[in-house]
Ligand binder design. Sequence first.
Ligand SMILES: Cc1cc2nc3c(=O)[nH]c(=O)nc-3n(C[C@H](O)[C@H](O)[C@H](O)COP(=O)(O)OP(=O)(O)OC[C@H]3O[C@@H](n4cnc5c(N)ncnc54)[C@H](O)[C@@H]3O)c2cc1C
Length: 441
Amino acid sequence: MFDAIVIGGRCAGAATAMLLARKGHRVLMVDRSTFPSDVISTHFLWPHGTSYLNRWGLLDRVLATTPSYTELTLEHDGIPLTGGIPEELLRQYFQQLHGDDSGVVRRYCSVRRRVLDKHLVDAAGESGVEVREGFAVEELLTEGSRVVGIRGRTREGTRVEERARIVIGADGRNSFVARTLKLPRFDERLKCTFAYWGYFSGFDAGRAHLLRRGRMGAAIVPTNFGQNMTLVFGPSEWSEAFRRDIPGNFQRALDFVSPEFGERVRTQGQREERLYGTLDQAAFLRPLHGPGWVLVGDAGSFKDQCTATGMTHAFRDAELAASALDGWLSGRQPLDEALKHYEARRRSQSAAAYYDYVCTLAEMKPLRHDELQLFVSLRGNQEESNRFIATHADIAPVSEFFQASNLYLINDAAKESSRGHAIFENFESTSRQYLNNLFAA
Ligand SMILES: Cc1cc2nc3c(=O)[nH]c(=O)nc-3n(C[C@H](O)[C@H](O)[C@H](O)COP(=O)(O)OP(=O)(O)OC[C@H]3O[C@@H](n4cnc5c(N)ncnc54)[C@H](O)[C@@H]3O)c2cc1C
């Protein structure tokens, strides 16, 4: 009998299992994958993501083979904002969510999942977790309505049954646990992006560039093996046309969003692997806990990749869930109370506001005049640029940056006319053009 069984061994699962084992609990973690391996995901980590790794003593081993940097560039219709996340905002984030701001670092990185997830699985094993790779869970064992264990199959085909005081579903957006328990999805947002990405050597992007133009987006981010992860994304309703010529439209999208990076990729870039893609990223929330079970990571809530926060949110869930479950397993708190605490943090007002922010961005509407005006005004105002970047990454609350009085102060302080910027010339016709499907024949 284990204290906890964790189904899924990547960002959410391996971290939760590791943290529980470090508190002295007996943990089994199973994953049908074997490691190292990739998943359908790009892999940018904001500074709260790297800070979680640092808090767990894992950042050094990740950064030993992964480039990192302390600034990034966000660009909207050719208006660049370069900045970093202030340490003070990072500390506030960790204090408010976890009551402890140890390990904060201001670094960004983009670590291939085959690298990161292997480090996480190894760290779980080193912390005392019993790790079983290539193990597919096929049934949940129940007593009445309570989940009490799992039944699954090993790589060799042997059927195995294991029991635990709690079963943790860290099994991703198509969660087996959620499907088996027939958990409802709620607050679903069907409008989302399609995304295609590849790995290019031959040039040095220096730091992450996250770019938007019209209804398209792109990211060029240094990653492992001397390569740059290069991503394009757009509204899912354009995906069918995009897919008629994936390599050609990939380059076309890049040229459209960033003529500069389009040129670099075309003339210097060497594609090292095939292009990867995903068409559906519709967002949803699920209940987070019930009798004998808890969900962490994408299993409990999934949202579009357009702000690249899913992995960091999986780390956040791991710390919150492990801390709550430790309170119960150690006899300090009843289970219901502990899990309600977990749920309150995960479903706070600011978490709801951020979910809404991501889902609205994922509609990929062309940016409005006032939004672009804001980005013009932010240039030269480093403090507010940094705060915007922190807000976009879910480090500072959406409600604070976007409150009307703050936007007024930023615009007023800038007193910069929009007239000199190319995007504002013929704004009306440019915006109309942006609505046309870029990939239509
Ligand atoms: C296109 C795309 C780009 C993204 N880019 C970023 C980004 O740049 N930055 C970022 O932070 N996030 C990004 N994300 C989000 C990120 O991928 C997820 O939020 C993250 O992987 C969630 O981690 P997880 O551990 O919850 O689930 P997963 O990583 O999905 O892991 C779930 C694990 O559960 C295992 N499993 C499932 N069912 C079973 C079963 N029955 N038995 C045993 N094992 C099982 C699977 O094998 C898998 O290993 C992106 C997502 C997409 C789709």
